[in-house]
Design a protein around this ligand. Structure first.
Ligand code: ADP
Ligand code: MG
Length: 392
């Protein structure tokens, strides 16, 4: 009997919407197994089931050939299953320290001790972080961390749990190249020690480099399981999209027009100095730099989210005022998709429609009344255009 963790025939409904339809996936001990699929394919939902986030679903889960029941996080942990969630903020307690967040799970299930041994907590947390090549201070509060540091805390938390199976849901998205390399070396170590890893990522080159096998989902259904050594990136894309015309994703040539945005000598005390660039109509301009280089601050400075910005910014030839509130920049025609979407980009408890129209609410009101019909119509159109997967 091989040592493996197996999900069979998993079906999950959210109300009338079927997020998963009879999905199978099996990960062996000592294997790195990629779980792939386009946005909305059901990857996170499947993994949430495996770590006990949902108690209502159909299908069975087997560990080493024996059926096990998983309907709570506690049960999942008792079977040696750990997860690093995709949405970093949901899994951390901001007002606690790095160390406390790292040992949270082991501490919570540690019934034998009444007193907290801070020395051992700090030591454990430091060890886990140093494995990741992180020099993060364990006494810092999580609320003060950057996104990539928060991700390191979550990965460290998984490491201290000594799990048999580890799920990593898009862990490298906020990490730098160096941090990613370090994570991969940790994954290889865990693999050597017999841990089975399920790895979700959209960076297909990474997947092919580090994973042994991959399973592809599409629209909540199982598509295929392959050995990565016999699979090309193009094969994977074809499986994910269900079409062999990868060509449709090739860059289309666009007429480059007049200058739209002109930034001159933009500075932010202590963070940015003398940044100049411009963007023309029809252009996509990339901003590159290591973590901490100032990319995020540059965007925030252009959008009124930093203070004491100096320099000159022109939009379509018109000089913009600096250090105004974001609504001023929105009215001028700028838009920002922030780094931490859940925390900075949306109101999670409000509907998709309300979130979409919020920055331009004045166009959807009649005196002080909301035009619900118009809002709904706009939301349907926009979600269709950008391919948002949702059932209402
Ligand atoms: P992936 O991780 O592959 O991008 P998800 O598992 O997050 O996909 O989502 C699969 C589908 O299930 C999506 O259409 C999503 O909108 C829906 N979904 C996920 N979680 C919920 C939920 N808690 N309630 C309702 N629908 C959900
Ligand atoms: Mg997901």
């Amino acid at each position: 009997m091989t040592n493996e963790l197996s999900m069979k025939n998993i079906t999950k409904n959210f109300g009338a919407f079927q997020a998963l339809n009879k999905v199978d996936v099996t990960v062996q001990k000592g294997e790195i197994h990629a779980l792939l699929g386009a946005n909305g394919a059901g990857k996170s939902t499947l993994m949430k089931i495996l770590c006990g986030a949902y108690d209502e679903y159909e299908g069975k889960i087997y560990k080493d050939g024996e059926e096990i029941s998983i309907s709570s996080p506690k049960e999942a942990k008792s079977h040696g299953i750990g997860i690093v969630h995709q949405e970093v903020d949901v899994a951390l307690i901001p007002s606690l320290s790095v160390a406390e967040n790292i040992v949270l799970d082991v501490q919570a299930s540690n019934k034998s001790k009444t007193f907290v041994n801070w020395k051992s907590i700090y030591k454990k947390a430091e060890e886990a972080l140093s494995l990741l090549g992180s020099s993060l201070s364990v006494k810092k509060n999580v609320v003060d961390l950057t996104l990539s540091e928060k991700q390191q805390v979550l990965i460290a938390r998984a490491i201290v749990q000594n799990v048999d199976y580890l799920i990593l849901d898009e862990p490298t998205a906020p990490l730098s190249v160096e941090e990613t390399k370090q994570l991969f070396s940790v994954m290889r170590e865990l693999k050597k020690s017999g841990v089975g890893i399920i790895y979700i990522s959209h960076r297909l080159q990474e997947v092919v480099d580090i994973c042994d096998r991959l399973t592809v989902l599409k629209d909540g259904r199982y598509v295929a399981t392959k050995e990565t050594s016999h699979t090309s990136i193009e094969d994977v894309i074809t499986l994910m999209l269900g079409t062999s015309s990868v060509k449709q994703w090739v860059k289309k040539s666009v007429e480059i027009g007049n200058e739209l945005l002109h930034v001159e000598a933009l500075s932010l005390p202590g963070r940015l100095s003398n940044i100049s660039f411009h963007v023309k109509e029809g252009e996509v301009v990339g901003i590159a730099g290591l973590v901490g280089a100032g990319k995020t601050e540059l965007c925030r400075s252009l959008f009124g989210l930093e203070q004491y910005v100096s320099g000159s910014v022109r939009l379509k030839g018109k000089k913009l005022k600096l250090n105004k509130q974001p609504y001023y920049y929105i009215a001028q025609g700028l838009s920002l998709v922030p780094e931490e979407r859940r925390k900075e980009g949306i109101f999670v408890h409000e509907s998709i429609a309300d979130n979409l129209v919020l920055p331009s609410l004045s166009r959807f009101t009649n005196y002080s009344f909301l035009k619900r019909g118009k809002i709904k119509e706009k939301a349907q159109k926009t979600t269709g255009q950008v391919g948002v997967k949702s059932h209402s």
